[in-house]
Design a protein around this ligand. Structure first.
Ligand code: NOJ
Length: 541
């Protein structure tokens, strides 16, 4: 029997970046047993589920987004028995679990890629990837002019088994991440096996990496604007992304999920990482028979401005209407500069303006209709660590570009749990077992034990917001109607009377509702909405 309540439509999911969450073994790297130990903390926070970043066997060139075995657990993170314990514990607490599946590319250590390297040009083993002869004299130039998202060309030349320089293979990310050829039927069949392997172990769904990827233009022609991909980390090359055939894959994966749901009534969720140019194209991925959800990144990329926020929210609502999905809001993730720092002016270390704005943005997001994803540490108000020394950086983007401009290590520093000095309870190992990225001393202010004890903390704001979301029907699915507001202020009504207002400016403005707010992101008295503050009211307009 199908459950009537489609839990994912307004769910709040917490993204666990496993290697930085909690380390149970003392090697300085978070693991699955650490996630299990942290579940009561997450339950107390009030999230509906968690998404686990990749923990599969991997050489870790891109921290697990280079998968060598899709159906295992890397010994760094535990084993399958520990995975099963985690699922059982989450089930007991009523916390859903989503896994990260990476279908666009694998690791260069995946056995099929190794087989391809050992096989001849034109062989069946090479056809599972994109191998091509090079151009120019002796094939020494890449087959086309595409750029990798991580910098440099999207092609690497191999040495053939006979020792001569040979063909090139395509990798839209690092060379250690060869792209699968989805026009080869074995690729899809292999992913069917992977999906079923984990669904049979009791998970609640998948976050799909690079969900607008997979298929490339069949002829792999030159791009008209090869510099565009080089300038940005966004997937802008229309020949390499967002090909029409990818929608057939999502239709098929949705059918697999529905089959499991029909079996036991538990709805499985597919949430796609979809970076496409427009909200309209984004909406195509969440048609009723495709993905349930797709991250709507425009909110995350919007500057701190009432006009910009209103535009992206309105567009998302408009384009998603009629697709069968709800909007999936996100402000932070493991690839982006954390909000506290992003909204700081100039970049701050987490105090002041950036923090006030990040708190306000959180209340805004939690008041929007649809689902929301919270990235670990967001609930602590962690700032981006902007001054990691070059020699500790691990992001392949740094290695490939030689520039710190787009690196992602700063939002991945291990969480502080307790105490006054690193490792702040993150790892319980010997002195020598340092967290895999160094934690700055100011992380002491953000440790979870301090956050829980201080009712003014980010943690309490998120917890209170989540509690109200769960209790108030107005904050579930339903309408959003904008109110007239002065410039620099946004206000909207949800359902039959919850008002959320955000003052993007720095000077106080009259509140749109009389009376004391139910919840506010900063000190707020009746009748006034201070600068850089959001608040919720139920009451007469
Ligand atoms: C998106 C993931 O979020 C990112 O961390 C990863 O590097 C790329 N996809 C490649 O898998």
């Amino acid at each position: 029997m199908l459950s009537k309540y489609r839990w994912w439509r307004d769910a709040v999911i917490y993204q666990v970046y496993v290697r930085s969450f909690l380390d149970s073994t003392g090697d300085g790297i978070g693991d699955l047993a650490g996630v299990r130990a942290g579940l009561p903390y997450l339950k107390k926070l009030g999230v509906d589920g968690i998404w686990l970043s990749p923990f599969y066997p991997s050489p870790q060139h891109d921290h697990g987004y280079d998968v060598a075995d899709y159906c295992g657990v890397d010994p760094l993170f535990g084993d399958l028995a520990e995975f099963d314990l985690l699922i059982a514990a989450a089930r007991r607490l009523g916390v859903k679990v989503l896994l990260d599946v990476v279908p666009n590319h694998c690791s260069s250590e995946h056995p099929w890629f190794q087989e391809a390297l050992a096989s001849a040009p034109g062989s069946a083993a090479r056809d599972r990837f994109h191998f091509s002869d090079g151009r120019g004299a002796d094939g020494a130039e890449p087959p086309n002019n595409w750029h990798s998202m991580f910098g440099g060309p999207a092609w690497t030349r191999v040495t053939e088994p006979d020792g001569r320089p040979g063909q090139w293979y395509l990798h839209m990310f690092a060379p250690e991440q060869p792209d699968w050829n989805w026009r080869n039927r074995q690729t899809g069949a292999e992913f069917d096996r992977v999906l079923r392997f984990w669904l049979d172990r009791g998970i609640d769904g998948f976050r799909i990496d690079v969900a607008a990827g997979l298929y490339k233009h069949p002829e792999l022609p030159d791009s008209d604007d090869p510099e565009a991909d080089a300038r940005t980390r966004d997937s802008v090359n229309p020949l390499a992304w967002n090909q029409p055939e990818v929608h057939d894959v999502w239709r098929h994966w949705r059918a697999v999920c529905e089959e499991y749901t029909a079996g036991d009534g538990r709805e499985r969720l597919l949430v796609g990482e979809v970076s496409v140019p427009t909200a309209r194209e984004h909406a195509q991925y969440v048609r009723p028979d495709e993905l349930h959800q797709a991250f709507f990144f425009d909110l995350l990329s919007a500057p701190w401005s009432a006009d910009a926020f209103r535009k992206v929210i309105s567009e998302a609502m408009q384009d998603i209407a009629g697709t069968g999905s709800t909007v999936t809001w996100v402000l932070n993730n493991h690839d982006q500069v954390r909000t506290v720092t992003r909204y700081g002016e100039p970049a701050t270390e987490g105090s002041g303006l950036g923090a006030a704005r990040a708190r306000a943005a959180a209340l805004l997001m939690l008041a929007l209709p649809g689902a929301a994803y919270i990235y670990q540490g967001e609930e602590l108000g962690l700032p981006e660590v902007v001054d990691l020394p070059d020699d500790v950086l691990t992001d392949p983007i740094f290695r490939r570009t030689g520039s710190r401009a787009r690196i992602r290590d700063g939002c991945r520093v291990p969480l502080p749990w307790s105490g006054q000095a690193s490792p702040f309870g993150f790892t319980s190992g010997a002195e020598s077992a340092r967290p895999w990225l160094p934690q700055p001393s100011y992380f002491a202010e953000y440790a979870t034990d301090r956050a829980l004890a201080d009712t003014r903390s980010f943690w309490h704001l998120y917890r209170d917001g989540l509690q109200l979301r769960a209790a108030l029907p107005q904050l579930g699915e339903g309408t959003l109607d904008w109110l007239d507001t002065p410039p620099g202020v946004l206000a909207f009504v949800r359902g039959d009377g919850l008002v959320c207002a955000v003052n993007f400016g720095t000077a106080p403005v009259p509140a749109p509702v009389s009376g004391t707010p139910l919840l506010s992101s900063g000190p707020c008295t009746a009748g006034v909405l201070p600068g850089s503050t959001a608040a919720w009211w139920i009451g007469d307009l």
